[in-house]
Write a protein that binds this ligand. Structure first.
Ligand code: SAH
Ligand code: SF4
Length: 346
């Protein structure tokens, strides 16, 4: 545990307040802020235009971020999966995915564990530990951004699809999203927030005036199946969820994404595809299909490629565009919550 100040976690106004309390001139805070976010400094030593005494004080009393790397694995496809240990020992995952077209996407966590209890999910199976702070959420993006930069690349996209339910940790997630835009120049359209479907928070998020891409984890198009997979459906059944999604589309004029983990025999039949097609009729949307990643606490199996292809065709017959998500980093357990699961096993 460290009691040093997490500088990256401080918005500019807080950095200015800290420096004022140290008796430093106001512009010093701006200088440090610029080093951290625009110039990509990864040490205090690199901040060469600061007086030596200030650099020494920073060294003693501050850290760049409070995130310590507990474990890191690189996949054959270049995907880097990292487990961070937070100041209180909690472990959270970040995945950095390079694409051939030059895009660099960071998949980040919003909570340690998750309270939503989706039966197929490794994070759900571990239960809820705690919310992450805005600094811890933003810090994951900052590190990915700084590392891309050091290699002459640019972090282009962020997806909130790691551990946790982002809309259950609304305030800190929103603050972190705003800082991604303001401090790192990542446009809202390049940020995707994935949610289990907390209807009231989706409406609230629609009113924030952001252009963030919304992804809804659907996985079933009838209430009985969805309730069995995702307990949240008892609270917010499909009707209520879809109403909130339509409101989001209306307010933001953005197309939404629906996520669907294909589970053999459970939600991958032609009838299920037709049912989903009917549910989404008229909604500007896109469906992301991903064969289930098997986890320790759930017996379901991933659908085989023929069933996946038939499902895509079934949706196409209803005019719904769908893509099968490439399973990045599958050789390194880069599924939601899975690196942590494996790490604690060994
Ligand atoms: N809590 C948010 C975001 C994190 S999960 C949400 O649920 O949307 C990111 C995505 O991975 C979600 O669509 C989730 O349903 C999916 N997912 C979780 N466990 C999975 C598994 N074992 N196989 C395939 N997809 C899974
Ligand atoms: Fe939580 Fe998302 Fe996993 Fe469901 S799928 S338990 S909401 S992290």
């Amino acid at each position: 545990m460290t009691d040093k100040t997490d500088l990256v976690g401080l918005p500019l106004a807080d950095l200015e307040a800290l420096f004022a309390s140290w008796g430093e001139k106001r512009f010093r805070a701006k200088q440090v802020h610029k080093w951290l976010h625009e110039r990509g400094a990864t040490s205090f030593d690199a901040m060469t235009d600061l007086p030596k005494a200030l650099r020494e004080r920073l060294e003693q009393e501050a850290t760049l971020t409070g995130l310590a790397v507990a474990r890191e694995q690189t996949s054959r496809d270049g995907t880097v999966k990292r487990l961070y240990r937070l100041a209180d020992g909690q472990l959270v995952e970040t995945v950095l995915m390079p694409y051939k077209d030059g895009r660099r996407t960071a998949c980040i966590s919003s909570q340690a564990g998750c309270a939503m209890g989706c039966v197929f999910c490794a994070t759900g199976q571990m239960g809820f530990k705690r919310h992450l702070t805005a600094a811890e959420i933003f810090g994951q993006v900052w590190r990915a951004h700084a590392e891309c930069r050091a290699r002459g690349e640019r972090l282009s996209n962020v997806v909130l699809m790691g551990m946790g339910e982002p809309l259950h940790n609304y305030g800190p997630v929103l603050e972190a999203v705003r800082r991604m835009q303001a401090d790192l120049g990542i446009g809202a359209r390049h940020i995707t927030l994935s949610t289990v479907g907390l209807a009231p928070q989706i409406r609230r998020f629609a009113d924030e005036g952001l252009q963030v891409t919304l992804a809804i984890s659907l996985h079933a198009a009838d209430d009985a199946t969805r309730r069995a997979l995702m307990p949240v459906n008892k609270r917010y059944p499909l009707d209520e969820l879809l109403d909130a999604v339509r409101y989001y589309v209306e307010r933001t004029k953005r197309r939404v994404t629906f996520e669907w983990a294909l589970i053999e025999g459970e939600n991958d039949t032609p009838e299920r595809a037709a049912e989903l097609g009917r549910l989404l009729r008229g909604l500007p949307c896109h469906v992301n299909l991903i064969p289930l990643n098997p986890t320790g606490g759930y017996a379901g199996r991933p659908s085989d490629p023929e069933r996946v292809a038939a499902f895509v065709q079934g949706l196409a017959d209803h005019g719904i565009p769908a893509t099968v998500r490439v399973r990045r980093g599958i050789d390194i357990d880069a599924g939601c919550g899975q690196l942590r699961e494996r790490y604690l096993d060994v």
